[in-house]
Design a protein around this ligand. Sequence first.
Ligand code: ATP
Length: 140
Amino acid sequence: MANGKIKLEVVTPLKRLVSAEVDEITGPGSWGEFGILPEHTPYLVQLDVGALSYRKSSGRYFVSVSGGYAEVGPHEVTILAESAELAEEIDVDRAKGARERAIGRLSGKDVDETFNFDRSEASLKRAISRISVANRSGLE
Ligand code: ATP
């Protein structure tokens, strides 16, 4: 993009959440947090669960992402997330409910024959990410 911006697209199998020209992006890579500025070398990053953020002239914005890939080019970044929510569409009570259910299972309180550690842990991470994104939005 000739104006020194990055064209950011955030999509899930269900919908397109973001299509914007941005100055900077940070996100949860499976090997740690990554940061992208314009003219970045092309690469592919596997996404963990966590907060994706991007900055543009009107401010900094947060999206909770749950796995997927980020395809990085010098002037465009496409986030293909398994699921993702904009900060303002997050239902915090629902996420808190999911967090409590996951903690109940992981702590051994609510374990039954369907208990699966990895699923409960993944569910807890998604819930914490959603709560964190909803809380950070508007503060920065
Ligand atoms: P829950 O137990 O509350 O369903 P989950 O982590 O199992 O949470 P997912 O399977 O990751 O939910 O997501 C299912 C769909 O619901 C996705 O489209 C996701 O974006 C949406 N979603 C999940 N939790 C929330 C939330 N707290 N606020 C808004 N949308 C949500």
